[in-house]
Design a protein around this ligand. Structure first.
Ligand code: TXA
Ligand code: MG
Length: 328
């Protein structure tokens, strides 16, 4: 656990925007209003900052996060817009609609923020304070609702303070959020599909597309079952088998280590990555998906994963490892 922080609350004005931008640039956490609910913002390109978001919220799992941007150009640097996505963006942005898109070629969003998926959720909020912060920062900002996991989404700065005081750096108070429910999430990867109802009604989206939206499970609502073929992948799944809680490395295996002491037989591993050699769970979370991807590419018969403690972010790390290890 990191030491408690002093959470500053500032009224939304030009100085607050500059303040928020500085905190984001330093890898810190800033709650700010959007038209839907308050978001807990962090630099989407900084894996450690993203890991701190999960820690502050106390999320027991790494659900992928929405990358927020100031304009369409910035959105196009993150994801690939098919015809449906382009129509929806032209009609509803800025506004309470999130689009899940295939990642763009050089998408700069940290692997942890997309939970290792090949898709990215992008949103262009319709709120002056959010827009000013995003424009001034100039990089995508992940922002889940600014509440502790399992609590209600905050529609006022006081709700954020009650939930996250002492856990985040700054709250920008821009008054009550007008919409009050989260954004509607539509996946535009193949057939457009509704992942979460929200601020833009389904019927309005279907009218613009001239077709019904398919139903799909989002990573948030997904159970243990695998998605049907053609459906959106709901969690990261390496091709190589994972062997969890490994205390020694077998011949032909790669090693995903954790902590200062490598597993027995580490010298014979095909390849070794260490989530955090100093045993820091925030660093481990930030490295998880990129290191899994790297080891998945070395042609090992399995990836041996050392035990990860279950405290703090370790719970979410173990959750994702279990899903990635599930037989297919
Ligand atoms: O209105 C909103 O969208 C607010 C404000 C702050 O912008 N944000 C918000 O974020 O509600 P959050 O993290 O509470 O919800 C994000 C949802 C999750 O259900 C997550 O599973 C889904 O978006 N999501 C994100 N990336 C995804 C992806 N690549 N594929 C499928 N679902 C994704
Ligand atoms: Mg939420």
């Amino acid at each position: 656990m990191t030491a408690p922080l002093v959470t500053r609350v500032v009224k939304a004005d030009a100085a607050a925007v500059a303040d928020a931008t500085r905190v984001l640039a330093g890898g810190g956490l800033v709650a700010f209003p959007t038209e839907t609910v308050y978001g807990l913002g962090a630099d989407a390109t900084d894996g450690r900052a993203v890991a701190r978001v999960y820690e502050a919220k106390g999320r027991p799992a790494f659900n992928p996060l929405i990358a927020h941007v100031a304009d369409l150009n910035a959105a196009q640097a993150l994801g690939r817009f098919d015809a449906a996505a382009a129509r929806l963006a032209a009609t509803f942005w800025p506004g309470p609609l999130t689009l899940v898109l295939a990642k763009a070629e050089r998408c700069p969003v940290a692997e942890l923020a997309t939970a290792g998926l090949d898709t990215v959720a992008v949103r262009l909020p319709d709120h002056k304070v959010a827009h000013d912060i995003l424009a001034a920062f100039g990089k995508p900002v992940v922002a889940p609702s600014a509440n502790r996991s399992g609590h209600l989404s905050p529609t006022a700065a006081a709700h954020v303070l009650a939930d996250l005081g002492g856990r985040i750096d700054l709250i920008v108070d821009g008054g009550a959020t007008p919409v009050g429910v989260e954004s509607t999430i539509v996946a535009c990867v193949g057939e457009p599909a509704l992942l979460r109802p929200g601020g833009v009604p389904r019927a309005a989206i279907e009218r613009v597309l001239g077709r019904k939206l398919a139903e799909a499970r989002s990573a948030a609502t997904e159970g243990q079952a695998q998605p049907a073929p053609g459906m959106l992948a709901s969690h990261y799944a390496p091709r190589t088998r994972l062997r969890l809680n490994a205390r020694r490395v077998e011949a032909g295996e790669a090693l995903l280590a954790f902590g200062p002491i490598p597993a027995e037989g580490a010298a014979r591993a095909k390849s070794v990555r260490n989530l955090s050699s100093r045993g820091d769970l925030i660093e481990a979370a930030a490295n998880l998906f990129s290191q899994l991807r790297a080891l998945d590419g070395v042609g090992a018969i399995a990836i041996a994963v050392m035990p990860i403690p279950a405290e703090g972010l370790g719970e979410a790390i173990n959750d994702r490892l279990l899903r990635a290890a599930a037989p297919r």
